[in-house]
Design a protein around this ligand. Structure first.
Ligand code: NAP
Length: 309
């Protein structure tokens, strides 16, 4: 292992939050180091077309937007390394970030490791992502105009997104593994009273099948074990998100939703450690909100570093 190198600020994660933080930190002349982890551009890299990011009225594909973020971050002096953080020590200052074969210390850290949509882990799921399977109604609902689609999950996200999808789809059928929703009463009432929303209770999806794109689901009753094939034009899976918090486990205060707790300056429970994007956001999870949080976290980090001088 090389001798440790020191940076004023290290940003962990290279999605919209991390790269926006990098743009702001670089423009404050901090020469930030961004560590991308396994997933350069984060969930953006999995999105075919982003039509709701301001400035792109004709939409832009996810990897292209990520690459523009990267170009802009590098232009102002950010260094981006494609490496995975092996360990992060926030207990003592300077903070210590250990990569595969180099160790860094930093005065401030911005955590932007994002979150991953939970998967069903059934046959066909990996194969048809982006071809009839989606984890984001705001991103992909538009592509299901007049289609008959299915939503999996019974929480607030599933019901809220099912209602959102009624703007486009002909019908939205929610498949839930129990006979009662986890979602709050207001959303539940709205969904139950919506003419386009139907429910299939006590049922799990066992397989997603298609021929180029999704066209049917193999489902199973959890009560009787009976299996059935349901035709569908698409399936949206909302069974929760898991923030990528492995490297900070036990080091920071968390919220009840399992995200990193931050104050109104996006500072975590440890001064000098900031968080932005899906790792601290259980509600919005949009490219534009993550980018905004990244910018805000960097501005806070700059102010924090000024107090150390
Ligand atoms: P969630 O509340 O954890 O709900 C996940 C849902 O997916 C549950 O209904 C769960 O079933 C189901 N599920 C989990 N694993 C499954 C599997 N393997 N197969 C089938 N179904 C599965 O997650 P969320 O809906 O994403 O919400 C996350 C947090 O954000 C919550 O605190 C929520 O209140 C909040 N939120 C709030 C709003 C709002 O206020 N408008 C909107 C979105 C999210 P069970 O019910 O059987 O466990």
């Amino acid at each position: 292992m090389e001798q440790s190198k020191h940076r004023k600020v290290i940003i962990i994660g290279a999605g919209p939050a991390g790269l926006s933080a990098a743009i702001y930190a670089a423009r404050a002349d901090l020469q930030p180091l961004v560590i991308s982890g396994m997933s350069l551009y984060g969930q953006v890299s999995l999105t075919t077309t982003i039509e709701n990011y301001p400035g792109f009225p004709n939409g832009i594909n996810g990897p292209d937007l990520g690459s523009l973020f990267e170009e802009q971050a590098r232009k102002f002096g950010s260094e981006i390394v494609f490496d995975v953080v092996q360990s992060l020590d926030l207990c003592a200052k300077p903070f210590k970030v250990v990569l595969s074969d180099v160790e860094y210390t930093a005065d401030a850290i911005i955590l932007a490791m994002g979150a991953e949509a939970r998967k069903l882990n059934v046959p066909g799921e990996n194969e048809y992502v982006g071809r009839g399977i989606s984890y984001c109604a705001t991103c992909d609902g538009w592509f299901f105009k007049d289609k008959n689609i299915h939503v999996v999950g019974g929480g607030d996200s599933a019901i809220e997104e099912a209602l959102f999808l009624t703007r486009f789809a002909r019908s939205v059928t929610v498949i839930h593994r129990r006979d009662a929703l986890r979602a709050g009463a207001i959303l539940e009432n709205r969904a139950r009273n919506h003419p386009k929303v139907k429910f299939i209770w006590d049922t799990v999806v066992k397989e997603i099948r298609g021929n180029g794109s999704v066209h049917e689901l193999l489902v199973e009753s959890v009560k009787t074990g009976a299996q059935e094939i349901i035709p569908t034009d698409g399936i949206f899976i909302f069974i929760g998100h898991d923030p990528n918090i492995g490297i900070i486990a036990g080091q920071l205060k968390m919220t009840a939703q399992g995200t990193v707790a931050v104050d109104d300056r996006l500072q975590t429970s440890i001064p000098g450690v900031f968080a932005a994007g899906d790792i601290t956001d259980a509600h919005f999870r949009q490219v534009v909100t993550s980018a905004g949080m990244g910018a805000a976290a960097a501005i806070s980090a700059v102010s924090y570093l000024e107090t150390l001088d």
